[in-house]
Design a protein around this ligand. Structure first.
Ligand SMILES: [Mg+2]
Length: 229
């Protein structure tokens, strides 16, 4: 929800440097999971944080632009002001976001079969807070702070275990399009954790499947591995 789908599909050097630090096993499948609205209830957290700023989230669509409004006159925050507002949110609230139901337990079981990486579009400065929140909630997996479309990062991650299956979980349709283009063999699972948002959007066009809980995702990703074997 924070990415710009029109951004160039190139791999920022910062991501490449982060990927280079990962200890990857070429014989293990890869699972790249998004953080916001996949492992953490992002909009729920944002809505609470906005209250301290005399703003509110109006829950009218699956989008940030236009849905953050002033409590006084109900006017939306202008698009050009969203970036710095979200930077403040990431810096102040990332560590305290509520984890998504079932995510930690499913990932713990999936980690017996997959190398798990958290591929999150977020400011690099919020990476320590993200790692802290993940560790606090039993999900201490490596974090990659990405920006822009996620396909190039997914392709770079998959180069380390090119013969093994790979899977990708994200809430934002444009990332599924980018991964379909740059890393087409990856299993693409579309998931929007927040029950108030999920009904507002159908299956992402370039995903393989839309699922609605971590229990469903775990089953799907185990079936994917058994079919790929
Ligand atoms: Mg997300």
């Amino acid at each position: 929800m924070t990415s710009d789908p029109s951004a160039e599909s190139t791999l920022p050097p910062l991501i490449l440097a982060q990927i280079a630090t990962l200890q990857r096993n070429p014989l293990r499948p890869l699972l790249a999971v998004d953080a916001d609205e996949v492992l953490f209830y992002f909009i729920r957290g944002l809505a609470g944080w906005l209250e301290s700023r005399a703003l509110y989230f109006d829950w009218s669509s699956f989008a940030l632009a236009g849905n953050i409004r002033a409590r006084g006159d109900n006017q939306p925050v202008p698009r050009e002001a969203l970036g710095s507002l979200l930077d403040d949110f990431f810096s102040e609230a990332t560590a305290g976001l509520e984890p998504v139901d079932g995510a930690a337990d499913s990932l713990a079981r999936l980690s017996r079969h997959y190398d798990i990486v958290v591929l999150s579009n977020q400011p690099a400065s919020a990476k320590p807070a993200r790692e802290l929140a993940l560790a606090r909630h039993g999900m201490a997996y490596p974090v990659l702070a990405n920006s822009g479309p996620k396909g190039p990062a997914m392709a770079a991650l998959m180069a380390a275990n090119a013969r093994m299956p790979a899977a990708f979980v994200d809430d934002i349709p444009s990332h599924h399009g980018s991964v379909a283009k740059h890393a087409p063999s990856a299993r693409r699972v579309h998931f929007i954790a927040e029950p108030r948002l999920a009904p507002m959007l159908g299956k992402a066009e370039f995903s393989n499947v839309r699922l609605n809980s971590w229990a469903e995702i775990e089953t799907d990703l185990m079936q994917f591995l058994s079919k790929a074997a």
